[in-house]
Design a binder for this molecule. Structure first.
Ligand SMILES: [Fe+2]
Length: 267
């Protein structure tokens, strides 16, 4: 077990998205996370502008309620507010109105997700415009995105410009298949990963467990750096603090075998 880990991407709030349905289920997930050594979870329900339940006020209310249940159940874990925001043109407007939450209301780091198979045009320029407003996008699980699997150079350029990357624990441990595991490993090797998170949705299907991924990542980048991905870096993200991150490494041309699996991915 690794102590004191921080999970910045988790669907832990009840009845708000495709995560747990009840408060009991949420508490059960927190119990699993605490037993794994996770001390802090950022609740990141899918933001949907037409559902006021997933606006900032609704999320903060549920976070307070869940934390009260955790105190009552003596589970040593704290849940912080956040959201998983889709990359849509209206995002700056939602941020300005305070409807979509940055990670722990830091006003600095914003968890963003792309559609798994299609990329919006000029997303990179859109991210630059967000960063000009001092909002740093944290890309959720690009290793599970078909477009990034064929365009690792674009991810390098994004990281070089200041964008951060989160990969999913179960991607590194192979539960999304060998192709996703291999691409995750490639991202780790090229300093294109800043944090590992669970993206948990339930106690059984995708549970909030990080330690197995830290062990797998340790074999690729060493124990100390793997530990930073669930410790020092996500801690700074939740604090809204500036980050010093390792310089990304440009990936070599893909081998023919890698090109083949990239084409096969999601087909
Ligand atoms: Fe998610």
């Amino acid at each position: 077990m690794t102590e004191g880990m921080i999970d910045i991407h988790c669907h832990i709030l009840p009845g708000i998205d495709d995560g747990p349905s009840t408060m009991e289920e949420s508490v059960g997930m927190c119990r699993i996370a605490a037993a794994d050594g996770i001390k802090t979870i950022v609740a990141t329900p899918h933001f949907n502008h037409s559902l006021r339940l997933v606006h900032a006020t609704g999320i903060c209310r549920l976070v307070r309620e869940l934390n009260r249940h955790l105190t009552d159940a003596a589970i040593p874990l704290t849940v912080l507010p956040g959201a998983e925001a889709p990359v849509v043109p209206e995002l700056p407007e939602y941020l300005a109105k305070g409807e979509v939450l940055t990670i722990n209301e830091s006003k600095r780091y914003l968890l963003v997700e792309f559609h798994p198979q299609t990329m919006p045009l000029n997303w990179d320029k859109f991210f630059l415009s967000l960063m000009e407003k001092a909002v740093v996008p944290v890309i959720a699980h690009p290793e599970r995105n078909e477009w990034f699997s064929r365009n690792i150079a674009a991810l390098y350029d994004a990281v070089k410009s200041g964008v951060l990357v989160q990969i999913t624990a179960m991607s590194i441990t192979g539960q999304f298949g060998e192709e996703v595991r291999a691409f995750s490993s490639r991202l780790l090797e090229h300093n294109l990963v800043h944090t590992i998170a669970t993206d948990a949705h339930s106690a059984s299907h995708r549970p909030p467990i990080l330690s197995a991924a830290v062990k797998a990542a340790s074999e690729i980048i060493g124990r100390e750096r793997a530990r930073e991905l669930v410790g020092k870096i996500p801690h700074a993200i939740t604090e809204g603090a500036p980050l010093s991150i390792p310089e990304p490494v440009k990936a070599q041309m893909e081998t023919a075998a890698e090109k083949k699996w990239a084409r096969r991915l999601f087909h």
